[in-house]
Design a protein around this ligand. Structure first.
Ligand code: FAD
Length: 377
């Protein structure tokens, strides 16, 4: 490593890797710094693996724009580079008249967000597609799918390496200090600490991104960057039930809920998984509480009545880096150059929860445009 970078990216999750891949062919000296022993050890390996279409998010929000753009970019990347994926389609299923009205709202919002292929299905039409699903109506999203997210990260990593990005594991960023034109970035590696200079610093630190922003002197309480951990557990469904559904099956999310509701997804091997639940927590503990099995069973049997309690088994959990407080309003992704806080070239990405995996290639393009703007000044 020489000790002067154009771009220092903090965090090798799917977002940091995406940015590194996109920045790799620009002729910049780029470092990607990761505190763990390898890439993708945190949220980017603990999710539903769904390529979302962009239905849920408020019109004009970063989440909506980045999700819709990311959806088509991801399918192109998958096709071009042989990354495992399946465009399964998804049904959001209403179980009451009230929920049917909500489907109409979701349809209109989705269309305004640019999701052009949505359609409302009657009970009969829904049953033709998914005979085992119970409900009174459904919204069909054909462009929702699933992806091998590990293969996506490996693809981003390979592109970054080919383009000369220096990837440094077991290296934690512990200081960011604004100097005249650049930032002094201090890292802890092994038992030692050392510093280097970077013209731009990109904070892709996921669950720790609020603290990384704080390192640069940002008052995270004042600017609203404090993250709340929100755990999502998953239960798997026994293999003899794996043919119950062909598509991803979601409930209608209640208003202000911090997620999209416990849903039914499958992985590329066809195994069915239920989740994620929603529970605000204080620490990064990924254990699944088997006592939550009843909650999962009750949520899912509304949509799939032939499931039995003993078909479920605890599987894994992920933790969302949420800006939304418990019971608070939905918050958008923060992706911004902090020039108006006298920190030009510090680009913070905070609150990159779902649909962050889907959005990752679009976020990467946007972040690289911000880097380009800064370096051109
Ligand atoms: C339960 C759950 C379900 C989800 N389902 C979906 C889904 O179906 N579809 C979808 O699109 N999205 C989904 N998401 C969201 C998606 O998983 C995330 O948005 C995405 O993985 C975030 O990636 P990231 O790179 O920002 O963060 P991470 O993967 O957390 O990466 C951040 C990295 O930064 C490193 N780091 C942190 N601090 C430092 C430091 N000081 N120095 C060096 N390195 C540091 C960490 O070690 C980590 O490797 C889900 C999320 C959860 C929790």
């Amino acid at each position: 490593m020489n000790y002067r970078a154009d771009v220092a990216i903090i965090g090798a999750g799917v977002v940091g890797l995406g940015v590194a891949a996109q920045a790799a062919d620009k002729g910049w000296e780029v470092y990607l710094l990761e505190k763990n022993e390898t890439f993708g050890r945190e949220t980017s390996s603990r999710h539903s693996g769904v390529i979302h279409s962009g239905i849920y998010y408020p019109e004009g929000s970063m989440k909506a724009k980045m999700c819709v753009a990311g959806n088509s970019l991801l399918y192109k990347i998958c096709e071009g580079y042989g990354i495992g994926n399946r465009r399964l389609g998804k049904l959001i299923v209403a179980t009451s008249d009230e929920e049917t009205e909500e489907l109409q709202t979701l349809l209109e919002r989705g269309r305004r967000n640019g999701v052009g292929d949505l359609s409302l299905l009657s009970r009969r039409e829904m049953k033709e597609l998914e005979p085992n699903v119970q409900g009174v109506a459904a919204l069909l999203s054909p462009s929702t799918g699933i992806i091998d997210s590990h293969a996506l990260m490996k693809y981003f990593l390979a592109r970054a390496k080919e383009g000369g990005v220096q990837i440094v594991y077991q290296t934690e960023v512990v200081g960011i200090e604004k100097m005249a034109e650049e930032y002094q970035v201090t890292v802890k590696a092994g038992t030692g600490e050392f510093s280097f200079m970077a013209r731009t610093v990109i904070n892709c630190a996921g669950l720790h991104s609020d603290r990384v922003a704080e390192l640069a002197g940002i008052d995270i309480a004042k600017v609203g960057y404090r993250l709340h951990y929100c755990k999502g557990e998953y239960f798997s469904l026994s293999s003899d039930k794996s043919r119950l559904v062909k598509r991803l099956i979601y409930p209608v999310p209640p208003p202000k809920i911090a997620g999209v509701g416990i849903h039914v997804t499958s992985d590329l091997e066809g195994r069915i998984r239920l989740g994620p639940s929603i529970q605000y927590v204080d620490s990064l503990d990924y254990a699944v509480d088997y006592q939550h099995q009843q909650l999962f069973y009750d949520s899912v049997r509304r949509l799939l009545p032939s499931i039995e309690y003993d078909d479920l088994a605890p599987e894994m959990a992920g933790i969302r880096p949420k800006l939304q407080e418990p019971g608070g309003d939905i918050r958008d992704f923060v992706i911004r150059d902090e020039r108006d806080r006298d920190l030009p070239g510090l680009i913070n990405l905070v609150g990159i929860e779902s649909p962050g995996l889907t959005a990752s290639p679009a976020i990467a393009e946007y972040v690289v445009s911000l880097i380009q703007e800064h370096l051109a000044e």
